[in-house]
Design a binder for this molecule. Sequence first.
Ligand SMILES: [Zn+2]
Length: 237
Amino acid sequence: MANNILVSGIEIEVKKKNIKNMHLSVLPPDGKVRISAPLRIKDEAIRLFAITKIGWIRKQITKFENQPRQTEREYIGGESHYVWGRRYRLEINYYNHGRNNVEIRGNRLILTVREVSSKEQREMLMTEWYRKLVKEKALELIGKWGKIIGVKAQSVQVRNMLTRWGSCNVRKVRICVNLQLAKKPVECLEYVVVHELVHLLEKGHNSIFVGYMDEYLPDWRIRKNILNGFIRDRYVK
Ligand SMILES: [Zn+2]
């Protein structure tokens, strides 16, 4: 069971489990705060526990905020870039007349740009390419899973979110997925899409929600772990 509490402006996820002691963690990649607590403990006790630890929590969050999200990219030839969980070697082509282009050939990711293009311009080109990739795949998955689950999302947005892999606006029937999913195995995007579509049936992360997930995507936990494992990997470097 999970619910969120707000302590000194910091959102903390509370998970009640069959454990003896409270456990506090600040999680990668963005410093999400979680308290695991024994089943019978009162919410007030959890809140007090969080207040006594607030200094430490803030320090941990700041650490995550100052940490680069991944190895800094320069967008020069030879760099590794990920697409759907696969690693590609970046190759830069220059043009004088023509247009910007991103293309996969074998295990090479070929960026065609003007020689004078800046790192920021190349990064933006890649970002928009990733966005298109995720949008197309997400639309396909929403179509497929919408039929299976029996819901219809009105639209999908792809955003570079810092704290979430996806979100669902139940009132506007709108789904949002994280642009960074383009770098993870496509099974991860599928998991996020199914998760958000199931929210159209059940808003909370309760047993009903988990029941739907188990029914529609029995291996969702594995996919979730892959997604989170990939995040951790980035921080090992
Ligand atoms: Zn959710």
